[in-house]
Ligand binder design. Structure first.
Ligand SMILES: NC(=O)c1ccc[n+]([C@@H]2O[C@H](COP(=O)([O-])OP(=O)(O)OC[C@H]3O[C@@H](n4cnc5c(N)ncnc54)[C@H](O)[C@@H]3O)[C@@H](O)[C@H]2O)c1
Length: 507
């Protein structure tokens, strides 16, 4: 019997994402040579892609590319291949990719343009055409990719991701996360917690809350101990952390073991904090079970607890060893929690712009695709700024006022997501984005989220914004929206404008 051809690792992505470099790195690590479809095409055509484009036009180029790439993919038996940026536009090539492990090298539009312009690439001569192509191809890349690695120009990154890239289980997507302190895999799809390669060594000490424990107690497989805390933000405290530390001691957890947080953002933040501090730090694996956690809080390594005076005031950065995301567990989420999570989806979509914003703005339900796109957005931001010194602050969109509302209402009246929804409306008012504010208000209302607040004193909320952790000196910097996909941090806002934007919510 003839052995079936082995899948190749095929790198795809937009112009200047770093596909060829990624393929070279992977090939070097595997002791193979990388095939680069653009280089092979130039050999076959006997001239450069630029000059072939100029003399024969794009249609002829695409036909030649399709022939060559299909042949390459059909006969590949293992190995590493980099494809030209436009190859995935061909349905035949997308079909041929199906038996391979297709890895998207992810790059944002601004970085791609910076790298590509001035290189005499035929499709990178003007920004408008470049941006249109970027938007057109984004969905094609996403559909074709089994794995996504960030195109951050780190020469060793693909080597670190390689074992995970070579073993992505069928039906799961792997997002490779990178940050200054560590890399890790995020596996998304049905049954991810059982089917993905377990990302940490030693025994598993599960921290969950009583509700999630009853519904999804066995999600993380065999555990040495299961520690259930009472559900709710009011339990994200040092007292609960102490209970968890003590339970870890009682169960005999050592530095060779790890914590697994199975639950929403409260469990994730608290379990992560306990892991960061228990015996000066053991690994944590997150298995997020709410929308908030699956689209946002499980990634990026921020852990901590609340103090009575302010949210998340005590904590540590502790990147997870891995994140296992099964969007099907969201089915048991109560409607109010689902709605609260939706506010974080709207926030993330405003930050991302592009296809994610379009889907959300058109009222798409939160499904695996939206979870994946939100996770990618968050991972991209964290890759650029782990410690919140710059870009990462855009993730705080809607949170300055949102946190202040939570604090002044003792974390009891509004869910985190509900407060963020109100905060988003205030931020859009401060951004002078009337039409967008109305659109977001409609999206929030459609899922039953509050768009105004009763019995909350705006002055108390404004005073609470002054305790925001992002405060620099006397000034609280705001995150403002210039357009979907163009969200900026560190913006100055007059105190009167803040008061007016909050007062508008209180009617
Ligand atoms: N670390 C970060 O970067 C970050 C980012 C955003 C939010 N957060 C934090 O996340 C927290 C909010 O997270 P949350 O909204 O997930 O709240 P949560 O963890 O309190 O979960 C909400 C409720 O849903 C229940 N639940 C969870 N999963 C369920 C499921 N699958 N089925 C049924 N019920 C389920 C929980 O028991 C809880 O009662 C806040 O403390 C916030 O500060 C952290």
């Amino acid at each position: 019997m003839v052995a079936p051809l082995r899948p190749a690792l095929v790198f795809i992505g937009f112009m200047a994402a770093g596909k060829s470099t990624a393929a070279l790195e992977a090939a070097a690590a595997l002791g193979e040579t990388a095939a680069d479809s653009d280089a092979l095409l130039e050999l076959e055509l006997g001239e450069s892609i630029q000059s072939y484009f100029a003399s024969h036009g794009e249609t002829a180029f695409r036909a030649a590319e399709e022939r060559l790439v299909c042949a390459l993919l059909e006969r590949a038996d293992g190995g590493v291949i980099a494809l030209g940026g436009g190859a995935v536009a061909s349905a035949r090539i997308r079909h041929a990719l199906q038996r391979h492990t297709t890895v998207l090298v992810d790059v944002d539009l601004g970085t791609a343009w910076e790298r590509a312009c001035g290189q005499d690439r035929p499709l990178a001569r003007d920004h408008a055409t470049f941006a249109r192509l970027y938007a057109e191809r984004a969905a094609l890349y996403e559909q074709a990719a089994r794995a996504v690695v960030p195109g951050v120009g780190d020469p060793a990154l693909v080597g670190r991701a390689l074992p995970a890239l070579q073993a992505v289980p069928d039906g799961l997507t792997l997002l490779w996360a990178t940050s200054a302190s560590r890399d890790y895999g995020v596996w998304i799809g049905d049954d991810a917690a059982r089917r993905a390669p377990w990302p940490a060594a030693g025994r598993r000490f599960v921290v969950t809350d009583e509700t999630v424990g009853a519904l999804h107690g066995d999600l993380a497989g065999d555990a040495a101990a299961r520690i259930a805390i009472p559900p709710g933000e009011e339990h994200k405290t040092l007292q609960t952390a102490e209970r968890v530390w003590q339970a870890l001691v009682d169960a005999g957890a050592t530095r060779g073991d790890h914590v697994v947080g199975v639950g929403g953002g409260v469990v994730g933040d608290l379990a992560g904090f306990c892991a960061a501090t228990y015996q000066r730090g053991v690994p944590v694996v997150h298995v997020p079970t709410t929308i908030v956690a699956q689209v946002d809080s499980a990634y990026g390594g921020k852990t901590g607890v609340d103090l009575p005076a302010a949210k998340n005031y005590v904590g540590a950065y502790h990147q997870p060893a891995g994140v296992l995301v099964d969007p099907r567990v969201l089915e048991t989420l109560p409607a109010a929690e689902r709605a609260a999570g939706y506010a974080e989806v709207v926030k993330t979509a405003l930050i991302a712009g592009g296809p994610l914003w379009e889907r959300v703005a058109n009222g798409a339900p939160v499904d695996a695709e939206i979870v994946r796109a939100c996770a990618r957005t968050k991972l991209r931001v964290v890759a650029a700024d782990e410690r919140d010194t710059g870009l990462r602050q855009v993730l705080n969109l809607g949170h300055t006022v949102g946190h202040a509302i939570e604090t002044t209402t003792g974390y009891a009246r509004y869910r985190h997501g509900e407060a963020v929804g109100l905060g988003l409306l205030a931020a859009l008012r401060l951004s002078g984005q009337e039409a967008l504010r109305a659109q977001v208000e409609e999206l929030l209302e459609a899922v039953g989220l509050p768009t105004s607040m009763d019995g909350v004193d705006p002055d108390t909320v404004v005073a609470a914004t002054a305790r925001d952790k992002k405060r620099v000196g006397a000034e609280v910097p705001f995150v403002l929206v210039h357009a979907p996909g163009d969200v900026r941090h560190g913006e100055h806002v007059e105190p009167d404008a803040v008061r007016a934007a909050v007062a508008e919510l209180a009617h």
